[in-house]
Design a protein around this ligand. Structure first.
Ligand code: ZN
Length: 293
């Protein structure tokens, strides 16, 4: 991890629908999947990549794609690889987010900047010169963005992976951008860092996943990992419910937390031997222990 450089490769952009491309993360850690969604009037960018240089590359790509159309930017939540490049878009794009996400960024952005700088030299270099952006438009729970012949739905989901999660859907293309509410090929990321950050809620996350699955999108763009279909929503929901049930069953019998962690981790690895991000299992168990009724 020390020298890992989370670089966004805009050259890998793939057209997944008419006038809609995804810059895939190619399973590179701390690189998000990034969307560029066009209408006749305007173009919306979803996620910035980590730090100003990545965001410059995304902005240049989007401007080329837009060919004079107006630019908008949104981010699925405030975490650094998703949103800590937004200031590069200032004056070039209208930055639009939900209120809870704006609040999350203001409250926890500086702390996450420090934490991420400690992850290694490559990440720290990406964050050099970063400043936290001010959104241009802040909405409460729902915003319909008309790009011209295509309306994109921005929806705050309520607290789950973070306090300010937002999902972006493109109804005419059957597409959903989930941010870190869904990952492909890896364990769900629980940013459970007591006492600094305990906003993630496994219980509420399960409820959110049920609502997203009910929308039945055809294409799901996860926060990280390969683009897929509704099976990604099902897999995340199934995993979260299993994690909750296995954790709570042991908590009911007053088992010490370290034993719960060891046993649940073994059970989850047996279920998903090919998934990355194994360290997030322990964080998830910690969160769900705290949410045990
Ligand atoms: Zn995240």
């Amino acid at each position: 991890m020390t020298n890992h450089d989370p670089v966004v490769q805009v050259a890998g952009a793939e057209e997944l629908a008419r006038d809609l491309v995804v810059i895939p993360n190619r399973r590179v850690e701390l690189v998000p999947n990034i969307g560029v969604i066009g209408g006749t009037r305007a173009v919306l960018v979803v996620e910035t990549g980590l730090g100003p240089a990545n965001a410059e590359a995304v902005l240049a790509f989007a401007a080329e794609f837009a060919r004079g159309r107006e630019l908008y930017l949104t981010t699925t939540h405030f975490h650094p690889e998703h949103a800590f490049g937004a200031e590069v878009f200032a004056g070039r794009a209208t930055y639009l987010v939900n209120q809870a996400q704006a609040d999350d960024l203001a409250a926890k952005g500086p702390g996450y900047l420090g934490m991420f700088r400690g992850l290694g030299d490559g990440v720290a270099r990406r964050l050099e010169g970063v400043s936290l952006a001010q959104p241009d438009v802040v909405y409460a729970d729902a915003y319909d963005l008309d790009l011209g012949g295509r309306v994109v739905h921005l929806r705050a989901t309520g607290r789950a992976h973070s306090k300010g999660d937002q999902v972006v859907t493109v109804p005419d293309a059957g597409m959903m951008f989930t941010g870190d509410l869904v990952e492909a090929g890896q364990f769900a990321i629980f940013p459970w860092f007591p006492p600094h950050d305990t906003d993630v809620s496994g219980v509420r996350w399960i409820t959110v996943m049920e609502r997203l699955a009910a929308q039945a999108p055809r294409v799901v763009v996860p926060g990280h990992g390969d683009v897929g279909g509704p099976e990604l929503l099902a897999a995340t929901g199934d995993y979260l419910r299993l994690l909750r049930d296995e954790t709570w069953r042991r908590r009911d019998s007053a088992m010490p937390e370290e034993t719960i962690v060891a046993e649940v981790r073994a059970a989850m690895l047996a279920r998903h031997p090919d998934w990355a991000g194994q360290d997030w299992i322990e964080k998830g168990v910690g969160c769900l222990c705290a949410e045990h009724p």
